[in-house]
Design a protein. Structure first.
Length: 161
């Protein structure tokens, strides 16, 4: 009797992905960066504490450094690449740029994914809800005030509603 290798299937930015069992123990962050070349997902702490590696999984913001590829079976993943670029930005990215909330840029892709998940699930969050959603994101440049202002402006504009 032949052993058949198990395959884990999921979607990344709308594209179907199939991963052999041999690769399913990889952290999702490493898989995205090394196997799919999706390098806007950043490595920060490696323990799910800083937020740099945040992705959206089935509408929920999660850290990807502490989740295995096997945890993604059947799920829909969005990475920062799904937010466009400076020439054609998603509304979340555009709001962060307008408020000059991006300095070194290291944390901002994770922040943007957290904001996208928040606004997709609640297009009119209160300031306390915004602060709570962003609480676990570390920004060494200190642009927290600008980040919050960008989210509040985006909420006020109704672009995500």
């Amino acid at each position: 009797m032949m052993d058949t290798e198990k395959i884990v299937k999921f979607w990344v930015n709308g594209d179907a992905v199939s991963v052999s069992e041999a690769d399913t123990s990889l952290p999702m962050l490493n898989f995205l960066r090394e196997r799919l070349s999706l390098n806007r997902v950043r490595y920060g702490c490696g323990a799910g504490a800083c937020g740099a590696c945040t992705i959206v999984c089935d509408g929920e913001a999660i850290t990807s450094c502490d989740k295995a590829v096997s945890d993604m079976a059947g799920r829909h993943i969005e990475t920062p690449e799904n937010l466009g670029d400076a020439a054609n930005p998603h509304p979340v990215l555009a709001a962060l740029i307008r408020q000059q909330a991006v300095q070194c840029g290291y944390c901002i892709s994770g922040v943007a994914m957290r904001v996208k998940a928040l606004l997709d699930n609640n297009p009119t969050p209160s300031r306390p809800e915004i602060l709570k959603a962003l609480d676990n994101h570390l920004c060494r440049c200190g642009t927290h005030v600008r980040i919050v202002r960008a989210v509040e402006d985006l909420v006020a504009s109704g672009e995500m509603a």
